[in-house]
Design a protein around this ligand. Structure first.
Ligand code: DXP
Ligand SMILES: NCC(=O)COP(=O)(O)O
Length: 242
């Protein structure tokens, strides 16, 4: 089963915001990656809108709708403004991430042992709006079991731990931990996405884990595109994910 590539466009938005005018256009790169064969696009509008903005959600929804079967995934901490934009624009998927507003980047999954009461009503509200709900999770069986209990459709395995281990050259035991987490999630009826710090070097080994439904990749993909060209890099990812 091929794994869907969802291209995270945060860093295109970051470049755009650095000059205060609409260049580069996020919509252009969304169209380019979908034309190249990506299965969807992702953005993560943070409360300070340092890169992706709440307006980008509506713009990208319109672009994705030009490509039947392709998906829009909106990631973020479920603060009120975020939820309002998600419910208004109804992306195909919303990935809830437990970030603090001032975090440099996402660096942990949900601690549902203490946060499930906060999450349950939000999951219900999003699912009632017809939005698939994914929870950003560490590869911890106990937490993944709770993700099912709070009603999530999917989990997104937070893969920075794997990426760091891969970089060290000694990653077999860490990969096995992710495989066990993914296998367990699948066994209890959760579909499995993955993302954060995946790249052209480490993706193939990670995808030896069966049943990874979707990977969302942004930071490394944009850096690799500087050297090798955006469409060329997208096609390399698709070849690995097929
Ligand atoms: C949750 C996650 O790992 C990514 O979706 C996130 O979008 C990365 O955020 P930055 O692009 O702000 O680092
Ligand atoms: N959910 C992960 C994502 O969308 C992109 O993460 P990264 O590739 O920018 O680290």
């Amino acid at each position: 089963m091929a794994t869907v590539l969802s291209v995270n466009l945060n860093k295109i938005a970051l470049l755009r915001n650095s000059r205060g005018r609409n260049y580069p256009q996020v919509e252009h790169y969304a169209r380019e990656c979908l034309l190249a064969g990506a299965g969807g696009v992702t953005i993560h509008p943070r409360p300070d809108q340092r890169h992706a903005t709440y307006q980008d959600v509506a713009s990208l929804k319109a672009v994705v709708e030009e490509f039947p079967g392709k998906e829009l995934n909106i990631e973020g901490n479920p603060v009120a403004d975020f939820l309002e934009v998600v419910l208004k624009n109804k992306p195909d998927q919303c990935t809830l991430v437990p970030d603090q507003p001032d975090q440099l980047t996402s660096d942990h999954g949900w601690e549902l042992t203490t946060q499930s009461k906060q999450v349950v009503p939000i999951v219900e509200q999003l699912k009632a709006a017809g939005i698939r709900v994914s929870l950003f999770m560490d590869p911890v069986i106990e937490q993944i079991e709770l993700a099912k209990q709070v009603g999530a459709d999917r989990i997104e395995l937070y893969t920075e731990g794997y990426a760091r281990a891969f970089q060290s050259g000694n990653y077999a035991s860490v990969l096995e931990q992710y495989k066990q987490a993914a296998d367990y999630a699948t066994s209890i009826g959760l579909e499995v996405n993955a993302g954060h710090d995946l790249d052209l070097q480490n993706l193939a080994a990670f995808l030896t884990i069966p049943n990874i439904k979707e990977v969302s990749i942004g930071h490394a993909l944009i850096v690799e595109s500087i050297d090798q060209g955006f469409t060329n890099v997208i096609k390399q990812y698709l070849k690995i994910a097929q």
